[in-house]
Design a protein around this ligand. Sequence first.
Ligand SMILES: Nc1ncnc2c1ncn2[C@@H]1O[C@H](COP(=O)(O)OP(=O)(O)O)[C@@H](O)[C@H]1O
Ligand SMILES: [Mg+2]
Length: 260
Amino acid sequence: MNPALLSVANISKGFLSSGRRVAALDNVSLTIAAGETLGLVGASGSGKSTLSRILLRLLSADAGAIRFEGEDWLALNGAPLRRKRARMQMVFQDPLAAFNPLASVSVALDDPLRIHGIVPRERRAGEIAMLLERVGLPADYASRPIRALSGGQRQRVAIARAIATRPSLLVLDEAVSALDVTVRGRILELLVSLQKEQGIACLFISHDLAVVRAVSHRIAVMDGGRIVETGPAAAVVANPKSDAGSALVAAVPRLVTDPS
Ligand SMILES: Nc1ncnc2c1ncn2[C@@H]1O[C@H](COP(=O)(O)OP(=O)(O)O)[C@@H](O)[C@H]1O
Ligand SMILES: [Mg+2]
């Protein structure tokens, strides 16, 4: 048997809102195989970011279990958790919020290499140059301040930082949603090529089915805190089984009208 890289079982999470408990996640289960990209799509408020924050151990779950690389992920704490975080990295919507904008690109990339002891000090400059090349940025960008970069360039640096610790899983929450269409397309191409070359698994989260379709092997549809449908990406887009899936397909007319 080849166990899943990630398996999420029956995760629930509620928030208190004006004295009432609102269920943000209701019994959510999913698996991701090594090297697989699972797209998680759903309308705003369906619970996608709550799930990503629980996965990344930024928020605790009320119930349920998560296994990651064969370990009880929610039971890890302290130093073992900090070590293991290298294996699951994140890319969020707003790269500027994720960085000290005054820092240079090389400092932003040196941090994870140093903190997680990925390469010895004397090899870090070479590693940073290789990471920049891998995300399609010239090596001399290392000396530039983050705030001097465009949105797309910042997101490339965010991806370089995420892969710096050699993770087996990337969690990308609305990672291209703030980018204009042309830049978004290039970042999606970069993600697909990284995924193919390095076999990194991805949980790719977006409210936009067209974007999810472009990168995912399988797609899970969320609605009201539940996963209402999961299947191969092409099948979910061509023949959605859930109301939420149908609504998302209908919101992207070219997905149904363009046969290419
Ligand atoms: N910190 C919080 N406090 C109270 N309610 C929250 C909090 N975070 C999320 N929610 C609620 O949980 C639900 C799911 O939110 P979220 O996970 O952000 O959805 P999505 O990312 O799909 O837009 C929403 O109803 C949202 O208002
Ligand atoms: Mg969200």
